[in-house]
Design a protein around this ligand. Structure first.
Ligand code: CMC
Length: 431
């Protein structure tokens, strides 16, 4: 690679100048490490809590321009995919890097459909969770446990084997997600119906009772499928980073994806959709919004569903979700909290605090309203996010396994503790 751009760094401690190559708008942290105050001194390091300005990989999966509000999977704008594609096609695109031919798509759908069942023993241990277990905890644990059912998954060096695990994970995620929902409701778990589409089958496993076949309203199927598409990937977010970080140890993909689910569970990440709904319920009516906003501005709490590390403009996914609300509410009736959300958005977008910090609604601001209208309790919202995000996690994981530049993820630290203390045994210290 010919490097034509560089950065000259002068170390004022020594007067030495260093030429640091600039490649793809980045400098190599290893090049910074060559800067030393003395030959035997440690190299200079970069301090970046939360990786705010550190690229951890090269990736061709997802492109985001946060200033312009652009999101593309493998180069295709999210708006076009949400409008005209479907979740399994998008999953194929993310995992394989290009759109499928008709034959490739049919094979892919067949493969995913025929891996939706899980081993009966998985059902057995899921039944062992407490009656009020959070479905995200159940999902994380059961996906992690799947590594014990598929020990072959440890063979990550072989392409066919990786593909099989990818198919299993995308296929079984809705089954486990639906069962974690049924568990909380004390209802029997419903087996997959492989005559149905991916999303229609998920709805059947969630809501089927004694009827021989569960037929979901097509508009609901389409809306949920669109939500899955919108959540399918988002480049190096906290959960993708967790998947990659754990995956860098060369562990099996179930363990890596379980780590991703753990990261997603948090209220600053995927758990925000659950937090948004609880917040809207607490605000309750439009009259209470000004007092709530004052509390946020005074630092008492955050306006959940607002703000993003990357988007400093309207999150393009939030725009699409806002539209999907209308389709769902046509079937379910309008969620009364919609008015609170709309008014909150309006006030926040005009308020100096939010404007100056460039805080806009993110993907989680409106999604919870749809989920609630579809009869999901708030604890289930992040499970829906996890099902949508699975192809993205796997695309990131596959990319990692093929990337020769990747190493085990192991950040540096700035040590701030004591050194060289002399240990005094307990009986002497306590004497
Ligand atoms: N409400 C009020 N103030 C906020 C908010 C918010 N939602 N988000 C950021 N700020 C303020 C923050 O207090 C800080 O102000 P100051 O400069 O005065 O200290 C400034 O904006 C910058 O915030 P930050 O925390 O440094 O930004 P970040 O990039 O580290 O955090 C974020 C991004 C998404 C964690 C944050 O905006 C947030 O906590 N939002 C609410 C939770 C949420 O909706 N999360 C979902 C994110 S999108 C989907 C996903 O990733 O799962």
């Amino acid at each position: 690679m010919t490097v034509t751009e560089s950065l000259t760094v002068r170390d004022n401690r020594t007067g030495t100048e260093y030429d640091v190559p600039i490649i793809d708008g980045t400098i190599r942290a290893a090049d910074i490490g060559k800067i030393k105050a003395a030959d035997d001194a440690p190299g200079l390091a970069v301090y970046d809590p939360g990786f705010v300005n550190t690229a951890s990989c090269r990736s061709s999966v997802t492109f985001i321009d946060g200033d312009k509000g652009i999101l593309e999977y493998r180069g295709y704008p999210i708006e076009q995919l949400a409008e005209s594609s479907n979740f399994l096609e998008v999953a194929y695109l993310l995992v394989h890097g290009e759109l499928p031919s008709r034959e490739e798509f049919e094979t892919w759908v067949h493969e995913i459909t025929y891996h939706t069942f899980v081993h009966e023993n998985i059902k057995g241990f899921m039944e062992g969770f407490r009656y009020d277990a959070h479905p995200m905890g159940m999902l994380m644990a059961s996906i992690g446990a799947m590594s014990t059912f598929y020990p072959d998954a440890r063979n990550i060096a072989e392409a066919d084997n990786r593909h099989l695990q990818v198919v299993r994970l995308i296929a079984k995620m809705p089954t486990l997600g639906a069962w974690s929902f049924r568990h909380a409701q004390g209802k029997p778990y419903v087996y997959p119906d492989n005559d149905l589409s991916y999303t229609a089958n998920f709805l059947s496993m969630l809501f089927k009772m004694s009827e021989p076949k569960y037929v979901a309203d097509e508009r609901i199927v389409k809306a949920l499928d669109t939500l899955f598409i919108l959540h399918a990937d988002h480049e190096q977010n906290a959960s993708a980073n967790a998947v990659r970080s754990v995956g860098s140890t060369q562990v099996d993909p179930y363990s890596s994806v379980a780590a991703g689910i753990g990261a997603l569970y948090g209220p600053l990440h995927g758990g925000a959709n659950e937090a948004v709904l609880r917040m809207l319920k607490r605000i309750g009516s439009v009259d209470n919004i000004p007092a709530f906003i004052e509390g946020v501005k005074n630092g008492n709490e955050r306006l959940m569903g607002f703000g993003h590390r990357v988007y400093k403009n309207y999150d393009p996914r939030a725009k699409i979700i806002k539209k999907a609300c209308d389709d769902v509410f046509e079937v379910t009736g309008v969620n009364p909290l919609l008015r609170v959300a709309q008014e909150l958005e309006k006030i926040a977008l005009e308020d100096e605090y939010f404007v100056s910090r460039r805080l806009y609604p993110n993907v989680d601001f409106y999604s919870g309203l749809i989920y609630e209208a579809l009869q999901f309790p708030p604890e289930m919202f992040t499970v829906l996010f996890a099902i949508g995000r699975t192809p993205g996690w796997l695309a990131q994981w596959l990319e990692l396994t093929q990337d020769k530049e990747q190493k085990i993820a192991r950040p540096k630290q700035i040590y701030t503790g004591d050194r060289g203390l002399t240990f005094v045994p307990a009986e002497q210290r306590w004497a």
